[in-house]
Design a protein around this ligand. Sequence first.
Ligand SMILES: [Zn+2]
Length: 231
Amino acid sequence: MNLMELKIGRDGESGKLCVAVAGKNVLAGEADSVPKSVSREHVLVTVTDEGAVILQNLNIENDLYVNNYGVERKRVQHGDHIELGHDHYQLSWELLDKFFRLADIRPLEQVWKDYQAERLRLQIQERRFGVLRSATGLLTTAAMILGFMEGSGNGVSLRLILYIVMGVVSLLFLVIAWRSASRVPLRQQQLEEETRHRYSCSACGSLFNLQSYDLLRQMKKCPHCGALIIK
Ligand SMILES: [Zn+2]
């Protein structure tokens, strides 16, 4: 399926470039800026739903050049040098871009994968802190039990040492768990902000919602600028 078709040629009356899009003729450029070697319906520019841009010569007598080679039908890349007619009238991408804005979302696949991997890592980290927190409780309980076990001949000093050791270890665990507890959500928030900023339309720079790359791929156009999505 094709997303868009532009029929490009020279308007006979004004000598301007004539772009027929969606049943409408749009004139572009200065009067008589297009040489007569460009015919009225010279080239068809098609954008497929994969975002490929294909040029098709509309008449065997027309000349069509891509990067200085004569062609009849050719898939072109953004920035390729396109010329019409034997006078080599240059068809600018600046003009084409006005008709079809393209947003290349392919680099966002990696952004999404990185985000998922980092999120998983943070989840695992959080679970580990959970384990650490329960260990703190366990140690405190152990210290209390040991405290109650009054060994008659052991004397006060051993009990006191046990108390102190358990207390210090518990406190240490508590401090580590406490610090980690705030670190994970902060990192998660930071990660989301970072990803949101990188997850954007290449045509207008607007940010996409943090939805999966597969969902993003289902869009045909950028909801912000209407640029056609290349995937
Ligand atoms: Zn956009």
